[in-house]
Write a protein that binds this ligand. Sequence first.
Ligand SMILES: N[C@@H](CCC(=O)N[C@@H](CS)C(=O)NCC(=O)O)C(=O)O
Length: 269
Amino acid sequence: MLLLYEHPLSSYAQKVKIALREKNLPFRAELPATFGTGQADGPLAAANPRAEVPVLIDGELRIFESTVILEYLEERWPEPPLLPDDPAARAAARMTEDVCDTQYDAVNWGFGEILWFRRAQGELADHLRAQAARQTRVLQDWLEARLGEAEFFGGERFGWADAAAAPMVNRSAHYGLGPKPGSPLARWHARVAERASVAATFAEFDLAAAQMTAAAELLTTGGRRREYRDHRLEWMVKSGGIEVVRAGLRAGNIRFPWPDGSEPGGKSS
Ligand SMILES: N[C@@H](CCC(=O)N[C@@H](CS)C(=O)NCC(=O)O)C(=O)O
């Protein structure tokens, strides 16, 4: 059986689980013990030097990067297809996915750093939340324009872009930043949430989100050393949270991506 290293809150892992479920592929989901620590040993780091989830394990094969995993699933099990046939429509689906995986993910992640990991308080927290709310609206407007009047991002058939966008929009809704009630994007969100593949994935998200009240403690106990990478790091800096980065580095509960950098004093990131 396929094995998926994942975390139920990870939008990338959710995208993969939706794809697996759409294709009716049985899999076992596992949260690696070292997740979120950046530890260079253990099965997660052995499968993915970046120590990120998701990782798909198919026999001897270990595949990391959610888009690469989706491509593997599509090529190995083409039915039912998630990508449309038309090259232009395929490109459109991939562009939607790319924006979701980069800019949209970064906003959701930033909001989570404040809500769940309490990286900022008072005025700074208010400011970062307001930035996230404004940017979420921009991204949802962009998605809504791409959706148009269609049932799904791929047109009449649920597919690749829907699998990528659903976890993003659903997480915004969890934060109270969902699409405008009654809007085409809100109706799409309600529609996809009823699909078995998405409903199961969202239920796992809800369960994990309910357990996040104690998440901030993980930063002081060493249970989490959060990865501040590319779009996510950029979000924190551009939105006014550079002090959050500095404080996290001082406290040692922020890390940068593999391979480790090292400071002149010999301290590694
Ligand atoms: N580009 C990667 C991103 C994966 C990623 O960032 N995963 C996060 C969870 S959402 C992670 O595992 N982070 C590790 C950490 O924070 O230590 C993909 O598409 O799979």
